[in-house]
Write a protein of this length. Sequence first.
Length: 266
Amino acid sequence: MRCSFGLVMRVLNLVLVLALLTGCGMPKSEGTLRIGHGGSGTNSPYPMNSEAALLNGLANGMDGIELDVQLTADSVLVAYHPELLQDLTACTGKVNSMSWTELQRCPNVNEADSPFPIVRLDQLLPALALKYPNADFTLDCKLFAHGEWWHYLRTYTRALSRLNGKLSNKLVVECQVEDFLRLVQLEAPDIPLYVYGSDVEASIRRAATSHFTGVTMSVNHLGRDDVTMAHELGLKVSAFNVSGYWSRRKALLAGVDRIQFDDISY
């Protein structure tokens, strides 16, 4: 009995689809830590870096949370991303130009229907550590100095060291500025340090020569060979810009150690 040409083509197409689906499956994620970017990602109903977002990320099973960190005029570490307060609040200027008391009058009013207060790290993170003892906290340190640069870096470093004293083995610090990371390395040598960059090879070399823990990169810049090179040098790799199936798959295929998720449902 002869098969029709149309039937043969349908069978071949089915085989092709099955082959593609098999080849595009999600790699295993054992050993890769799942981190909530800004707490529970850019797709969260809560503003990034808000207490609600940070709690939501951990409540939904993340291994840790990432938050943007800045320093107030009176040396308090807070969670806030932009350089200027007017980007998200009714206040103006830099976080570093205001005391904590002044900053409490500057909630985030631009990203939700109701205001979200700026979070103070030394109050919230110890409470989260008690509730989620296996979680870690990635601090993406934003450096926007209101005054003299080196005094600012040293003051910032001492504030991180004090926070680390309350949260031993819980903090991870990432930053684009190597001078700052080296100061943290001297002040609090037990904090894992990640250099945040866009040039993969240069960032890996910088991290290796400075004896940092690893590199933080966009998943769009990372491939398997890059991560293998980092691992061979004793470094870990953290990936961000992971927002869906395909970017998650790319990160896992590359073999990264930490993924900062923008959609924590994955």
